[in-house]
Every structure is written in structure tokens, then in C-alpha cells.
Design a protein around this ligand. Sequence first.
Ligand SMILES: Cc1ncc(COP(=O)(O)O)c(C=O)c1O
Length: 427
Amino acid sequence: MQLLSRRSRYVKNIILETENRAHELISQGRKIVKLNRGDPPHYFPTPKYIIDAYIDALKEGKTFYSKAAGEKELKDAVIGRYDRMYGAQLNEEDVIITAGVSEALLFINNMLLDPGDKAVLFRPYYAQYIPRIEVEGGRVVAGRYEMESGWKLDLDGLERKLKKTGRQKGRIKYMMITNPHNPTGNVLRRKELTRLADIANEHGIVLVSDEIYDEIVYNGAKFTSMAEVARGMPHIILNGVSKNYLSTGFRVGFMIVPGEDKASVVLKKKLADYALLRLCINTPAQFAAAEAMNNTKEHGKSIKYIVKEISKRVNYSVMMLRENEHISVVAPNGSFYLLPKLDFSRLDFRSDKEFVETALNEYGVQLTRGSGFGEPSHFRIVALPPVETLDYAIRQINRMCEEHSRGMKAMATAKRKAIDENAPAAI
Ligand SMILES: Cc1ncc(COP(=O)(O)O)c(C=O)c1O
């Protein structure tokens, strides 16, 4: 008898695939610089005013099951944030609180996809979108970001693809946009968002916009929320406290369905039903998340500091990577990821997997391979650690590429020094 369901084979997380090996190396005394996980509190502690609010909630006995779709205090805080930042007028029913955007993705895919249905993603995509679609028996229609144009969306290509796909079996149910983008750091311009909304409207596709990095924007870019351009058509905005509010471990996210059209009303009602299935999310964390958003004075200070620091770290990493002739990289202007491209014609690695395994095992740097994001010629760097750590790690990457230049390997192995000598403390 087959114990596991067939669909369970799609459950995986490529960002964490080297985690066991990294822990093994660390337990052997090796220093590993972890550039694989976008977890800001390791480098930017959760602000004290948020921690205090969490402790207060616990002391005040807010440890009961909350309302399934979220406590009123938190919904009001979300409504206030979207009014302040994007001029959106939301009601309580428009907001569904989830255990992070991650849970929102589970709800959305289960709610919208029957086997054979399709979702439009743009490659490279956030790795975690894929297993959720596959588990539902859904299929991905892949639009493209193009590296040659500085990771711009290929919207003409998308229109051509949708025309073709429209004639095939299986309905396209939703289009997922990630803005600011993980893993390229691209921030979409208002013009592009408007065109995306028009395309989705024309094809009757629900727009889902993951805006979890909406305040982490720099290098002169300006962020526009899909909530500002998709008014009057069905769309779902995803966000949470993980990144902007440095609270990944709280597991608090939210979905917003602002529309009053027929489809939007059906969507928000059904999403609230999904919330009922798991009773509620962490109650004290909801009160802390409400304070995180309501205390604009403290948040203003925190976000200003982290955006300045992150842009410094990202830009430094770009500069260091550009010293490596085997790698090309586009400078991000949002989030904190970089997705450099490897020139395999000049390197002796057979795949991105071999590249990241060598980086971890021999050079002490933990990266994520590009295949997980749909780009097997690339790898992803999380540019959150301090500049000195990034400096060390990227020097290691650059050294590795030099030592693995085609024809260089034999010579390099002979001259390589012990690699851990100059490593900063493990993180
Ligand atoms: C684009 C994107 N969406 C969602 C998530 C997960 O968010 P959450 O912590 O709210 O589940 C991440 C985490 O890295 C992300 O990069």
C-alpha cells in the first residue's frame, strides 16, 4: 500500500535543502556564513516597542483563541496602514489575518485551483509558490523577468503566452506578482502594474500581489501597491510583519481583498471560511503586530534605519560581485536579495547545485541555488549580514570562482589555504 498521498511528493523547500549539511559542518567546528535565508531579526532585532506589546498582551491574559480571521485590533491596524500608505478604504471583512503570507498562499491555492488549473508566475519566482500549486494539481504558466533588461518584466511576452494558453485546456485562475521582488530585488513601476492589472482584467484572472517587502525600497525606486491601481477589479494583497517589522517568528501575515465586486465578495467570504479551519493564529502576536503598525513614530525610526543599512549591504555586495568576471549581477532596488548569474562556460561546475554545495562544503558560504527560483544558471544571496561578513563571504565566492575557472582547478587546489582561518563568527 502506498502510505503517502501522491500529492505529498511536491512538498519541499529548496531554500532549506542545505540546512542539515550546514548544521553538520557547524557541529564539526566549521564556520559557515549563512546567506541562504531572508530572516532579518538575526541581524536587525525586533524593535523593543513590538516586544513590549507582545509581553503586555501575555500579561493581560490575551492567550485565548482569537477570532479566526483575526482580532479587531489587528484588522484595524491593517486598515489604518493601508489608508495612510496607499489611500485604500478597507472594511474589517476585507482583511483576513493569517499565519504569515505562507499560510495565505496555502489558502489561496486550495481555494482557487482544481487539478489542471493554472497560475501565472513570473520566473524567477519566490521558490515557495511552486509546491503549493503542485500539491493542488495546478500548473504554472511562467512569464519572465529578463536579466538583460535589468530584471524587467516581459509584458509583451506575457500577452503572447496568455493568448496561446487561453486556447489550451485548464483555466488560468490567478496571476502572482511579487513586488518588491524576491529573488531579484526588482521594484515594479506604476506603469507596469497598470498594464498587469489591464491584462489580468482582460483575461478574467484574479491578481494576487505579494507585497511583503513594500517598505524595503531604496536606490531611488518608488513603490506602488497593487491596491492603488487595481481598484474595481478582483485582487488580493498579501503582506505581514515578517520583514518590514522584523518579526518573522511571530508568524503574522494578512490578506486584503479590497473589492466590492461579485468575485471579490465571494473570495473574501471563502478566505474567512479557510481561517475557521485552523481556529485562529497566535493571539498575543496579533496584538504585538497591531502595535507594530499603529506606532508609526517608532516604526518610522526602525524602517528608516533598516532601509539605509540594507541598501548599504546590498550595494556593497553588488560592488564586490562585480569584481568577479565569472558572474554578472543586476543591482536590486528593493527587498534584500541578489540573484547573480554564473558563466558556466568559464567555470568547471556542472550545475548550480554543485556550485552551492562546493560553496558550503569547501568555502563555508551557504547560498541557495537558482533552480529553486526557476533560474538554474543563477544563485541567490541574502544581503542582510553586516558589510564585513558579506565582504568575507563574497571574497570566498570570488576565490571559489577563480579556483574553479576552467583549467585552473589543479593549480588552485595546490595553493588553497585553510579556508576557515579568516572567517567571522558563525551566524
Ligand atoms: C516573497 C515572499 N513572500 C512570502 C514570504 C514568507 O512570508 P511569511 O513570513 O509572512 O510567511 C517570503 C519570505 O521570505 C517572501 O520572500
